[in-house]
Design a protein around this ligand. Structure first.
Ligand code: GLU
Length: 261
């Protein structure tokens, strides 16, 4: 009798489990990451000190360390990660087309973006500023009338500068690197983006300066696809970020990459 009961129990469990399998139409992203033993992350390659290639071609920065920390937590090894280059104009499509599992690329939370991606809890707050050649007379937003202001296409600065300096002539470039080169070559009078990214440029280029005023707040967060399959990954990432905040690790990352802040 006992044997019969245990057979019935096993049959019942199998039926229940296979039932679950049918109900769940696709494996969650978290399951896929564990199966592939690899996390695929969209990052910037030209935005020091968040995501950039050093002189040896190695990817470094705050966002890179954060992504590695997440890979270490999920897969037990910070190197089980593939980095894919994104820019402000390509990052959402790179994510929604399924090329990457998530984006860690100085990406600010905005109400517009919340319609197309889900964000993690914020991990850093930047602010938008202006950078000019050191000899420039521009002192702030009010001096930008009829001046050429360089922005990166798809960045929050592209949108914000039109609001804060409606008389400025806005010129868009595809990446941070291209925008900086344009300013350097004299194609514009100022470049506006996050103070963090501008600080990374000024670290290596003493011919540029950052003006003191910050005219927005830019909360950086990790972006995920809106589909339910990404939810478990997002919950895990939120847990990791909160733990890093509580343990002081986020602060240590900040001090490592932004010691001047
Ligand atoms: N944080 C800003 C944004 O999300 C600008 C930084 C960037 O160039 O990615 O648009």
């Amino acid at each position: 009798m006992k044997k019969l009961l245990s057979i019935v129990f096993i049959m019942f469990t199998i039926t229940l489990l296979s039932g679950c399998g049918v109900e769940k139409q696709s494996a969650s992203l978290m399951e896929k990451i564990l199966k592939n033993d690899k996390l695929v992350v969209g990052v910037k390659f030209d935005a020091k000190p968040f995501g950039y290639k050093d002189s040896d071609g190695e990817l470094k920065g705050f966002d890179i360390d954060l992504a590695k920390k997440i890979a270490k937590n999920i897969l037990g090894d910070e190197n089980k990660i593939e980095f894919v280059q994104v820019t402000p104009s390509s990052r959402i499509l790179t994510l929604t087309s399924g090329k990457v599992d998530m984006i860690v690329a100085t990406m600010s939370i905005t109400p517009q973006r919340k319609h197309v991606v889900n964000f993690s809890t914020p991990y850093y707050v930047a602010g938008q500023a202006l950078m000019t050649p050191i000899k420039s007379d521009i002192q702030g937003l009010t001096d930008l009338k009829d001046k050429k202001v360089i922005v990166v296409l798809g960045s929050t600065a592209e949108r914000n500068i039109k609001h804060y300096s409606p008389r400025a002539i806005v010129q868009g470039y595809k990446s941070t690197g291209e925008a900086y080169n344009a300013l350097k070559r004299g194609y514009g009078d100022a470049f506006t983006t996050d103070d963090t990214i501008l600080a990374g440029i000024v670290m290596d280029d003493p011919t540029m300066k950052i003006l003191s005023k910050r005219y927005t707040q830019e909360p950086y967060a990790i972006a995920f696809r809106m589909e339910e399959e990404s939810d478990s990954l997002r919950h895990n990432v939120n847990h990791i970020i909160e733990h890093m905040r509580d343990s002081g690790e986020l602060n240590r990352l900040k001090n490592k990459w932004l010691p001047f802040d």
